[in-house]
Design a protein around this ligand. Structure first.
Ligand code: AMP
Ligand code: MG
Length: 419
């Protein structure tokens, strides 16, 4: 593919943001699956439906501490007219009573212990009085009372979880209960991070000139992990065509998706778009969104490549809009926003240009949405002061004060914003 060199001339036409996102995502399929131990399975995504191979519980068991009986033999029992049974033994969890219960007999039984054959109900300990080898029962219990039936929790053959389920801690407990020790999950996407910029120094470096610390690496690393990916780091890469090319080549062999930070625009040192076009296909370069317009999308050797602007605010926004859903789809997860939403009225208007998608950082104050006035996209602290963001779609010119808008919250729950 040949590409007209847009360097130092600016983008002639920016691609519609939702359309660019669609172009990227429609070409991405979930990765292959792998079999893993349940110990590793929480947080992973099931590659296939899981059906229970057995009943849980596997036998009828006591749901209370007390005495196992035939329910019909207790009919008529009360405080004033107890019915007396012969105590012939006990049943404990994991240790059954040795034989079937005969008429008039009872055994002491603990919660979780198997009910002896012949018994069909449990009298709670507080409703019986033990006296030597006799038990006086003070309440009537119908058959089935305080008994957890075989298959009551899970019946063999039941669908436990569908393909695509992100397993929770309690899910792996249920899989353990039916004795499935391994599950088949979607492989986690390996994400190559190529961080470019001559001015960048690694975190922790002494600072004494005009160079700056690379903050995109730690942020992208955290975002990739949140989305289920495995970030792989390479050292910081200078704005040199050959160096970037070498890293792209290596990444296209070792990773499932490649993220490049910096050098994605139309400056003299912005080689990434040209290289992607040379080595593969540059699908999109320049998107009608603010921030993040110098975003690019492409493919090298069948791997998606996402060119993220170096500016950390734009980088966050472009990651969330393009890279996050791409990584989640590779990993079998949903491409929907990973943020909860609240709908609240605006405290001040938000203006937006027709045709452009705006990502507006906002604060929540007294149940109102306050846009954070940000002149430049380079003020990183606006993202830390924000509780979330409002998206103004391309076909909308903005919102007026008082209008209700949907806010995507950076945090997973909605308590903190109501201060
Ligand atoms: P670029 O996208 O390379 O044109 O960079 C845009 C702006 O973001 C410049 O001011 C860069 O110095 C800054 N920048 C680029 N990469 C990073 C990074 N990894 N961490 C912090 N700032 C960056
Ligand atoms: Mg740069």
């Amino acid at each position: 593919m040949t590409l007209e060199d847009v360097r130092m001339r600016g983008f002639r036409r920016r691609r519609d943001a939702p359309e660019a996102r669609q172009l990227l995502l429609e070409r991405i399929e979930p990765l292959a699956s792998e079999e893993i131990s349940l110990w590793e399975a929480s947080g992973r995504v099931l590659a296939q439906d899981v059906t229970s191979p057995r009943d849980v519980p596997y036998f009828d068991r006591a749901a209370m501490d007390g005495y196992a009986v035939r329910g019909e033999e207790t009919f008529g029992a009360s405080n004033y007219s107890p019915i007396t049974f012969r105590l012939v033994g006990e049943a404990l969890p994991g240790r059954a009573f040795s034989r079937a219960l005969l008429p008039g007999e009872t055994v002491r039984i603990m919660t979780g212990a198997p009910l002896p054959p012949g018994a069909d109900a449990v009298v709670r300990a507080e409703w019986a009085m033990e006296q030597g080898t006799l038990v006086h029962v003070l309440e009537a219990v119908p058959p089935g009372k305080y008994v957890s039936r075989r298959g009551e929790d899970v019946a063999a053959g039941t669908l436990l979880f569908s393909r695509g389920r992100k397993l929770r801690p309690q899910d792996v407990a249920l899989l353990a209960a039916v004795n499935l020790s391994h599950v088949r999950v979607i492989r986690r996407p390996r994400v190559a991070l190529i961080i470019t910029g001559d001015e960048l120094l690694p975190l922790g470096s002494p600072l004494n000139d005009y160079r700056i610390i690379d903050c995109n690496s730690v942020m992208l690393d955290a975002l990739i992990r949140r989305d289920g990916g495995i970030p792989s780091h390479m050292e910081l890469v200078a704005d040199q065509r050959e160096a970037i090319r070498r890293h792209l080549e290596e990444a296209s062999r070792s990773a499932d998706i490649i993220l490049i930070s910096g050098g994605s625009s139309v400056g003299r040192e912005d080689y990434a778009p040209l290289l992607v076009a040379e080595m593969g296909e540059l699908l999109v370069h320049g998107v009608a969104m603010r921030p993040s317009s110098p975003t690019g999308l492409g493919w090298i050797a069948g791997r998606p490549v996402i060119l993220l602007p170096g500016n950390p605010v734009s980088c966050l926004c472009a990651y969330d809009y393009f890279a996050g859903p791409a990584i989640r789809r590779l990993g079998g997860l949903s491409t929907d926003w990973p943020y909860l939403q609240v709908t609240l009225p605006l405290a001040a208007k938000i203006a937006s240009e027709l045709g452009r998608l705006d990502y507006v950082r906002v604060r929540l104050r007294e149940n109102m949405v306050e846009p954070i006035a940000a002149s430049g996209a380079s003020i990183l602290s606006t993202t830390t002061q924000a509780d979330g963001f409002v998206l103004v779609p391309p076909d909308c010119e903005g919102y007026s004060a008082g209008q209700k808008v949907s806010v995507y919250l950076y945090d997973q729950y909605v308590s903190a914003p109501y201060r």
